[in-house]
Design a protein around this ligand. Structure first.
Ligand code: NAD
Length: 341
């Protein structure tokens, strides 16, 4: 497999790249180091991938650049003759998309179109393209959410993901290439984005500060450990045929914020104080994946329990030392809290 991972210096992309290297793939990571959080974390992810690649059979190359740069994509496709593409480059997060909807449109929709245009020009050997989508496309419908339910985005971020899915389907029809949209559900784990709830909660709890909780403490999220997510993504990448697929990659077991915080308290062995705040616009009251399609067709089975996953994440944070807690976006002082990404 010759695999291009856009956004591969980020959280989920770097885990997917690690797994692909372990499986013997040749991996090219394209990432522009968007400053949605501390780019030192992305740099560290690339360094980690270089270390992994030194022990792998496949090759590894990191290219710093923008997925919307057609000339750059032309050079990469011509040189590496990719067989597979995982398109994860995007601006993530619901809240910032409300402040900068055009930027989200340009990065997430424009980036997806630019990528498929490169596949159209050069991608005769491309067998499958994965496109990262999000649970947020389901909006506030009652769960569990099945892939055939209507899309009901509540934020510019969710709308950009829904639009990217439509472009993915359109290019599948135009080019006859295999395309899979993966709807990720609140992914967490080592190297996770510092702006996300679990990172924020952990940082605050370790600093002995109250956890900022936005809205209803009984709201539920389908937290999914990144190891499970990339195992599902890998299986999706390997699916044969030139069809179009959509899969929920969630845990299928939503938990309340209250239960999440209680589990974190048990993992940290300390009581956690709460700073209750009003709900944020764009947030869904609950997220809940029906994962039966991924289970049946991909053999996807989430293995990591919430407590195991939190323990793994906390161990990673502790291994980074106290300095990590103050990293941009991790500071306890901001009003961010729980939200889907
Ligand atoms: P991330 O921010 O850690 O990773 C995204 C990467 O894409 C970043 O490294 C960024 O620098 C890069 N990028 C952004 N715009 C780019 C561009 N124009 N050109 C090249 N690179 C660019 O976020 P993540 O949490 O790893 O998310 C990965 C994907 O999964 C995104 O598409 C996101 O929308 C989606 N997603 C994530 C979650 C989650 O819970 N983390 C949930 C649903 C969907």
């Amino acid at each position: 497999m010759r695999l291009l991972i856009t956004g591969g210096a980020g959280f989920i992309g770097s885990h997917l790249a690690e797994l692909a290297l372990l499986q013997g793939a040749d991996v090219v990571v394209l990432d522009n180091f968007t400053a949605n959080y501390d780019t030192a974390l992305k740099q560290a992810n690339v360094e980690l991938l270089r270390r992994r690649a030194a022990r792998a059979t496949g090759g590894f190359r990191f290219v710093r650049g923008d997925v919307r740069n057609g000339e750059l994509l032309d050079r990469l496709f011509a040189r590496h003759r990719f067989t597979h593409v995982a398109h994860l480059a995007a601006l993530p997060g619901v809240r910032p998309s409300l402040a900068e909807p055009r930027r989200y449109l340009e990065a997430n929709v424009g980036g997806t179109v630019a990528l498929f245009e490169a596949v159209r020009r050069h991608g005769r050997g491309v067998e499958r393209v994965l496109v990262a989508s999000s649970s947020s496309v389901y909006g506030a419908q009652p769960g569990p959410w099945r892939e055939d339910m209507p899309l009901a985005p509540l934020s510019p971020y969710a709308a950009s993901k829904a639009a990217a899915e439509q472009y993915a389907l359109t290019y599948h029809r135009l080019l006859g290439v295999g395309v899979t949209c993966l709807r990720f559900f609140t992914v967490y784990g080592p190297r996770q984005r510092p702006d996300m709830a679990i990172a924020k909660f952990t940082a605050c709890a370790l600093a002995g500060r109250p956890i900022p909780v936005l809205g209803d403490i009984r709201s539920r999220r389908d937290y999914t450990e990144v190891g499970d997510v990339v195992r599902g993504a890998w299986a999706a990448l390997l699916e044969p045929g030139a069809d179009f697929q959509v899969y929920n990659l969630g845990s299928g077991r939503p938990v309340t914020l209250q239960d999440l915080i209680a589990a974190l308290g048990r993992v940290l062995h300390r009581p956690i104080a709460l700073d209750l705040q009003p709900p944020a616009p764009g947030d869904a009251p609950a997220t809940w994946a029906d994962i039966s399609r991924a289970r049946e067709r991909l053999g996807y089975e989430p293995r990591v329990s919430l407590e195991q996953g939190l323990a793994r994440y906390v161990a990673w944070v502790r291994a980074r030392g106290p300095g990590y807690r103050g990293t941009t976006g991790t500071s306890c002082s901001g009003p961010r809290g729980n939200r889907p990404a």
